[in-house]
Each structure stands twice: as C-alpha cells, then as structure tokens.
Design a protein around this ligand. Structure first.
Ligand code: ADP
Ligand code: MG
Length: 395
C-alpha cells in the first residue's frame, strides 16, 4: 500500500527544501498579525530541517487575492518569522519568476530562509497548473508539505508540485493525519459529535459521515434552525436555509435508521437583532415569537448537551453553537468548550476557523487532545479519510 513518508523517517540533509506551509493568518487593520498560531505551529518542521543543514524556501498563500495585491502581501509574516528565528536571516522574494531574483536562489546559504510572496498572486496556483508547479519545483531538491489546512485543495503548490520532486510530509501534517485518523478509525465509544455553525448545506456530507461514526450528534447554531423548520416549528426571523429543509428531514430519517441519536436544542436564546447590546431571552423551542431571531442555545439545552459530553469517550466538535461574534450570544459556545475540557476521559478533536476564534486564548486549552489547524480540511478528512494534498504525497 502506498503511504506518506514523513521528514523524520528519511535523511534530508544539505538540500534545498521547498516547504509548503499555511500562513493564512488573520491580519489587523494596520496589517499587523492578529494571531500567530499558524506560524508557531510550523516551527517544529522548520527547525528540524534547519538542524540538518538544509536551505529552506517557504511557500504559502494568504487569503484569497485574485492577482497581485499588496494588501495580501506576506511581508508581515516574514517580519514575524524573523523575530521567531533570530539566528537566521528571513527574506521575502517578491516574485520568484523574475529574472532579477534568480541570483537570490543561486546564492542562498544555510543561514538564509527565503519566503516566496503570496503564491495566490499567481492565478496558476488555484488552477493547479502543472507548468507553474514545474517552475516552482525547479527552485529546490525536495518538496515538503506541512500545510494540512490546504490539503483539501488541488492547488499547484499542494498537489501538482509533488510530481516533480521527491515529496514528504512535515511534522505538523504527521500530527494532524495520525491523530485524526486514529480517532475516526477506531474511536472509543460513546462518540459524541457537536456540530454548530450557520449552514447545513456546507456540512451535509460531514453530517452523514458523523451519523456513521457517532452515537450522539448534537446540533446547535444556525444549522439547528433548518432542522426546526423540518419539524414544522416556528423560528420567527431566524437564519434558515429553506431550500435545505427536505435534506434535513432525510438526514433525521437516516440517523433514526442508523440508531444515532440526533439531539436538537430544546430551548434557545432569542433577541430581535444580532447586534443588540442586551442579552436575549430564553424560550422553549415551541414558543418562539414570530418576530424573534434565534442566536444561541438555551440553558436547558446546555445542561442536556453537557450531560452527554460528560459521558463521552470521543468528542468531535466543529462550529460555534451561537452567534458568538456578539458576546451576548457566546454563552452556549463557551459552555460547550468548558464541558469538553472538563472531560478527562475522552479523546477530543476540535477544528474550524470560527470555532478556533471562539476558543482562542481560553484557559484549559491544553485539555483538548487535538486542535486541528484545518477547518474545511479537517471536515473533509473526517468525511473522506484522505485529501488530495495527502494522496499527492503517497508513493
Ligand atoms: P467553522 O468556521 O468553525 O467551521 P462555521 O463557519 O461553520 O464554523 O460557523 C460559524 C458561524 O456560524 C459564525 O459566524 C456564527 O455567528 C454562525 N452562527 C452560529 N449560530 C448562529 C445562529 N444561531 N444564527 C446565525 N449565525 C450563527
Ligand atoms: Mg467558518
């Protein structure tokens, strides 16, 4: 069976290594870094390769620029990386294809780390263009992918590049793949999945997979509203994907056949708008006023979800269960977080861009077994058991 070789299973020494990382971090308005977690998580692989006398060329994207656009430059990232690696000189290469820059590559020493400017400045990247990947590959001797969070993409620097170079997985990739695989292949029961967020449409395949995997599927957030509609409950002015109501009904039917308990909120917090400064009111789910907006799970639901989480041996969580951007509606999400961290008997996996934003800088974060760096990538990996960027590394 073909498998990935990770960098700690081969001797990569004195080479020029093209390292795909995920520095798609959020920037503040003044273009400083809001959260450097993704940069820090790449350091074990970077240090490992540097210790073996390799020259590193880092490849990353930032956000979704359509073309060259300085608002999406990796400059702030390079500056930060320089602070984290004071014994090396970190340079940004503004255009790796430019004739004037070729000398930089030819003369790179082991004391210099080169970072290529936002790889999505080249439209070929998103197209997975092979000619472009070949040009990228020509810069190095070896390709290492440590960017789990983009492995669900078929971009040139994720998939096509590995056709042209010996290719390996980095240490972060190894941690993501081994932890999540182990948890979904042979989970200790009971398995509890908690899914929140806004749209059911983006999470349907995942929900079907979780019905197979989990004993309990707890549903909160805007996602739950579509299920309420599927049960002909009044949801007032709340967010709902009306065109997904029949999909929600089918899913509930499927879960019943598989004997997976789908637990929907029995009470919720309602308000008249998302941006109110005041908290909302707790309402039973069959007593939602016509003008109301559902913005969080209610206290009774917290207790019910909490008692299921307490008994779990495996927990998978993605998606805030309320409109957490407004502090008035983040109690449910906080409650889920603390319930998970208080369960010392469970293997816990948490992922998702907004989910991580909701729990970042909280106490007890080390109680969570694995916080995935992948949002979409983690969900697709749970669903399919592999990803395009992972398959590309298999030999
Ligand atoms: P993640 O990025 O962790 O995968 P999602 O993107 O699926 O999570 O969902 C997060 C979004 O869901 C947040 O913007 C949050 O405000 C929204 N959300 C959660 N509950 C509700 C709700 N009751 N009504 C509207 N939006 C909600
Ligand atoms: Mg999101």
């Amino acid at each position: 069976m073909s498998k990935i070789t990770y960098i700690d299973e081969v001797a990569i020494k004195n080479k020029t290594v093209l390292l795909r990382v995920d520095y798609n971090i959020s920037l503040n308005k003044d273009l400083t870094i809001a959260d450097d977690a993704r940069i820090k998580q790449s350091l074990p692989t970077i240090n490992y390769l540097l210790e073996k006398n390799n020259r590193l060329i880092l490849i990353s994207h930032l956000d979704r620029p359509k073309e060259k656009d300085q608002r999406f430059s990796l400059k702030p990232v390079v500056k930060h990386l320089q602070n984290l690696l004071p014994n090396f000189k970190v340079y940004l290469v503004d255009d790796f294809l430019a004739e004037k820059n070729q000398k930089i590559f030819q003369e790179q020493t082991t004391k210099e780390i080169l970072v290529l400017e936002n790889i999505r400045f080249y439209p070929e990247e998103k197209k997975g263009d092979e000619e472009f990947a070949k040009k990228l590959a020509s810069l190095g001797d070896v390709f290492v992918n440590d960017a789990f969070a983009v492995c669900h993409r078929t971009d040139a620097s994720v998939v096509a590049i590995s056709k042209f170079l010996p290719s390996y997985g980095g240490l972060l990739l190894k941690k993501e793949i081994t932890t999540i695989s182990k948890t979904i292949k042979n989970p200790k029961k009971p398995v509890v999945a908690i899914i929140g967020g806004a749209k059911i449409s983006t999470k349907l395949p995942l929900l079907y997979r979780l019905i197979e995997l989990a004993d309990y599927l707890l549903i909160g957030g805007g996602l739950a509203n579509t299920f309420f509609c599927a049960q002909d409950l009044e949801i007032g002015q709340s967010f709902c994907e009306y065109e997904q109501i029949s999909a929600a009904r089918k899913l509930l039917f499927h879960a019943a056949q598989k004997k997976t308990a789908v637990v929907l909120p029995s009470d919720v917090i309602v308000s008249n708008s998302t941006n109110t400064r005041n908290g909302g009111l707790a309402k039973k789910i069959d007593e939602i006023p016509k003008g109301a907006v559902i913005l969080d799970i209610g206290p009774q639901t917290q207790a019910q979800f909490g008692s299921i989480i307490t008994k779990a041996k495996t927990i998978i969580w993605n998606g805030p269960v309320g409109y957490f951007e407004n502090p008035a509606f983040r109690n449910g999400t906080d409650f889920i977080y603390y319930s998970i961290t208080q369960n010392n008997n469970a293997t816990t996996i948490v992922g998702g861009g907004d989910t991580l934003a909701a729990i970042s800088k909280k106490e007890y974060i080390d109680k969570i077994t694995h916080i995935s760096t992948g949002g979409g990538a983690m969900l697709e990996f749970i669903e399919k058991g592999t990803l395009p960027g992972i398959e590309a590394l298999k030999k």
